[in-house]
Design a binder for this molecule. Structure first.
Ligand SMILES: Cc1cc2nc3c(=O)[nH]c(=O)nc-3n(C[C@H](O)[C@H](O)[C@H](O)COP(=O)(O)OP(=O)(O)OC[C@H]3O[C@@H](n4cnc5c(N)ncnc54)[C@H](O)[C@@H]3O)c2cc1C
Length: 386
């Protein structure tokens, strides 16, 4: 299916029309979510035999670009659900059915959020300040503070992890599970009042003894970088789909820039449009070339994940690389779009003004600049000597 078939123009324009209001009111994208659900968007990775679209990562990344161009925060929020369902799909493709229940529940209409980030935990997936306390029946209770939980008002399943410090002879292990919304022991702190991406409502989540039964504990891993397929699947889906969101923002900014340049007139050039100004032409061309590169890189990586291509120990370098390239390119393209569009884009309510704020969020998501360079340097040069 093409992105246009999944997200037809009429639906996309309805979503686009709401984005400024959600941003202004700092409100969650309830209506968008209902429309997307009706369009089968929450089942993109669900097999067709279960009523889903049965798409791969490349196709989902392409349609996420389209959605992000209309409503960046909606696309970023939905991304978290797509990441978990994508992870389940990648694992299934690797012959690992440990998350098949995620696809089954997504087919039944459940909405998955991603409660991984913690304040001060820059080890990300390889350590946790959240306590996962083992229970007698094999389940765990989770206590901790997860920051930036997108979809906070709407999720029905919360994928999270914490550390059981008593496991592995005191070395500890990281325990992954899904919390059901109706389970007690979790709450949302209404602290989401940010510069951009406001409709994602990525509030802090407090876990206060939230119990996950044994059948929903899906991984126990050591507290160190490791080659478990789950880690690969999370990196593959998270970095690629995030790159898609920011590429979509850049594509929309570029489109607005081209329109503005053709519309604005220059007294210096006798009333002709800025499209005749060589300096502006150079800037637009530069942005177009930057976009070409990132579109090709993103498409290639996503297709390689779908095809199961073996990039060996370069896989993580490639995945963090596409996220960094996409988010940095998006910032540069939005910046150029604003420069060539002139002061009109500085007014509240101008779409570029909103994209300028939204695109900044790209620098905070993992892997950030430092961590991505460290991963790539390790892949090529080996680890730092101590
Ligand atoms: C729009 C958006 C949506 C996101 N959605 C999700 C999501 O759905 N799920 C998810 O898991 N992550 C999500 N993230 C989180 C993101 O991936 C990063 O983890 C997050 O941006 C934190 O980045 P940081 O470590 O640079 O922040 P920092 O600024 O270092 O830390 C964030 C907060 O923690 C405090 N803090 C930092 N260090 C400490 C410390 N040592 N002790 C106590 N407090 C400290 C800071 O004061 C700050 O309030 C999202 C991020 C953004 C921008």
């Amino acid at each position: 299916m093409t992105p246009e078939e999944i997200l037809p123009d009429a639906l996309l324009e309805r979503i686009r029309a709401r984005a400024a209001g959600y941003d202004r009111d700092n409100s969650f994208f309830d209506e968008d979510l209902r429309d997307l659900e009706d369009a089968g968007y929450l089942k993109l990775f669900v097999p067709e035999s279960d009523g889903g679209r049965g798409l791969g990562l490349a196709e989902v990344a392409a349609v996420q670009r389209r959605l992000a161009g209309a409503a960046p925060a909606t696309a970023l929020g939905v991304n978290m659900h797509l990441v978990w369902t994508g992870v389940a799909r990648v694992l299934d493709n690797l012959g690992d059915g440990s998350l098949s229940f995620v696809l089954e529940e997504a087919a039944a209409g459940e909405l998955f959020a991603f409660a991984i980030s913690e304040a001060g935990n820059d080890s990300m997936l390889f350590d946790s300040g959240t306590v996962a306390a083992p229970l007698q029946d094999g389940g765990y209770s989770f206590t901790g503070r997860k920051i930036f939980t997108s979809l906070s008002p709407a999720w029905t399943r919360l994928g999270t992890f914490g550390k059981d410090s008593t496991a592995r002879d005191g070395d500890g292990e990281l325990v992954y599970g899904f919390i059901n919304r109706e389970t007690p022991g979790h709450s949302t702190v209404g602290d989401w009042d940010t510069l951009g991406m406001r409709a994602s409502q990525s509030n802090t989540t407090l876990l206060e003894g939230a119990v996950v039964p044994p059948e929903r504990i899906f991984r126990k891993l050591p507290t160190a970088p490791n080659q478990d397929p789950l880690i690969f699947a999370i990196f593959a889906c998270f970095e690629t789909l995030l790159a898609a969101v920011y590429t979509g923002i850049a594509e929309r900014a570029f489109e607005l820039a081209v329109e503005a340049v053709k519309r604005r007139t220059s007294a210096k050039y006798g009333g002709r449009s800025f499209a005749q100004d060589p300096d502006i032409r150079w800037k637009v061309a530069d942005a177009a070339m930057a976009l070409d590169a990132v579109q090709a890189q993103l498409g290639g990586i996503a297709r390689d994940v779908d095809a199961g291509t073996d990039h060996g120990n370069l896989w993580f370098a490639k995945l963090v690389g596409v996220k960094l390239r996409a988010t940095e390119t998006a910032r540069a393209v939005v910046d150029t779009a604003i420069r060539v569009s002139g002061g009109a884009s500085y007014f509240r309510g101008a779409e570029l003004e909103r994209l300028y704020r939204d695109v900044l969020a790209g620098i905070f998501h993992p892997s950030n600049d430092e961590s991505a360079h460290n991963t790539v340097a390790n892949a090529w040069l080996g680890p730092l000597e101590r």
